[in-house]
Design a protein around this ligand. Structure first.
Ligand code: NAD
Ligand code: DAU
Length: 352
């Protein structure tokens, strides 16, 4: 597929991971036309793409994937030959408060895209691909031992992960039933610049800056496998170009941390960066009511994408965390803009 003139639709490109994927594709493939489709929910922010917005091969389409007619028209007009689908409601806590919006965007929205691609490509699937970005949360939770492989059964526990699992099933079903070429990748927890401060790392960075409480759910002994967002974007690029039709790839950081250990590390690094005395930020830690249905441990076995496509993380956790903290400290306006207005309502409802 390399060096083919492509018209790629990337959905959710104004969000956290999507903006890194859009940047990578726009910069790496000047011959491709990259269409970023995003409805700009609270999580979408065009500030994330200011550095590339004037490039000739970049186009922004403000549209909602729940609007089937609009999506069909865009497929006709722009003649996309590939889709990288990241648009989603992505925050587990919000899915507990309002599951329906997750079903609408993550399942119905995905179906609208699948239908539009099927209709536009009309059985001519040469050099076409529907690449669906999923999560390790569809596999449910692990005990102390073991890793999620591509063969692990789906067993989602939150409305978010159930909606992502539903969308994965539909993508596969369209492959089996209509022959639509697809790839799915299931990735672990991402962190890095431009992540909305509702997720653990940016939320805690923001609260440390403001000397606000750090709300640790339950006993803090939950484990996540952290990956620097640019490494996820690189894996997506590889799987998109070299992955096999109907393949699933697990992507992870080989980097498990219990929340409380990660938070202590973050506090130490932030104390140094902010010129505070050691231990000052850790005093902000407060253990709060646990998340309902909280998955104990996620950990990815990424050996398939490593062996077949030669991918492995390029950034160590220490480097990535430092880059991330530096980015948030250098972009306080970005943080201030996204945490004004509606964010305060969300924050008070969730934590106060
Ligand atoms: P995000 O919440 O930061 O961004 C989601 C983007 O989708 C936003 O720009 C938003 O405006 C857009 N969007 C939401 N609803 C839409 C709709 N109806 N129509 C059009 N656009 C809409 O999410 P993220 O963390 O960047 O995650 C991106 C994808 O990667 C999601 O599919 C998520 O499930 C998956 N994923 C995320 C992680 C992670 O750690 N963040 C890990 C694995 C997989
Ligand atoms: O594993 C991939 C998933 O990672 C993605 O599919 C999701 O889109 C993404 O949001 C993320 O889900 P998590 O629920 O793991 O991420 P979150 O940052 O919300 O929480 C990480 C851990 O930190 C989790 O164990 C809950 C805990 N936590 C989170 C918040 C927001 C706290 O203790 N306190 C908090 O305030």
């Amino acid at each position: 597929m390399e060096n083919v003139q492509k018209r790629i639709l990337i959905t959710g490109g104004a969000g956290f991971i999507g903006s890194h994927v859009v940047r990578l594709f726009v910069e790496t493939y000047p011959d491709y036309q990259v269409y970023n489709l995003d409805s700009l929910t609270y999580a979408g922010n065009l500030e994330n793409l200011r550095d590339i917005e004037n490039k000739e091969n970049y186009h922004f389409l403000k549209e909602d994937i729940n609007d089937a007619n609009a999506i069909n028209s865009l497929f006709k007009e722009c003649k996309f030959d590939s889709v990288i689908h990241l648009a989603a409601e992505s925050h587990v806590d919000r899915s507990i408060t309002d599951p329906l919006v997750f079903v609408k965007t993550n399942i119905i929205g995905t179906l609208n895209l699948l239908n539009a691609a099927k209709e536009q490509w009309k059985g001519d699937f040469e050099n076409k691909i529907f690449y669906h970005i999923s999560t390790d949360e569809v596999y449910g939770t692990l005990g102390e031992e073991g890793l999620f492989t591509e063969d692990t059964s789906y067993d989602p526990n939150s409305p978010y992960s159930a909606s992502k699992a539903g969308s994965d099933h539909f993508v596969r079903a369209y492959g089996e039933t209509y022959g639509l070429p697809y790839i799915i990748s299931n990735c672990s927890n991402n962190y890095g610049p431009n992540q909305f401060p509702e997720k653990l790392i940016p939320l805690f960075i923001n609260n440390i800056i403001d000397k606000e409480n750090l709300p640790v759910y339950g006993d803090g002994k939950y484990t996540r496998d952290w990956l620097y967002v640019v490494d996820h974007a690189i894996a997506i690029d590889l799987a998109f170009h070299k992955g096999e039709n109907k393949a699933t790839y697990n992507i992870g950081g080989f980097n498990e941390w219990q929340n409380i250990d990660l938070i202590q590390l973050l506090c130490r690094l932030m104390d140094k960066k902010l010129g505070r005395t050691e231990g000052e930020s850790a005093k902000l830690i407060s253990f709060v009511r646990d998340r309902p249905g909280h998955d104990k441990r996620y950990a990815i076995d990424a050996s398939k994408i490593n062996k077949e496509l030669g991918w492995s993380p390029s950034v160590t956790f220490e480097e990535g965390l430092e880059k991330t903290i530096d980015w948030y400290l250098a972009n306080k306006d970005w943080l201030t803009n996204v945490t004004s207005g509606k964010y305060q309502e969300y924050y008070n409802k969730q934590y106060k």
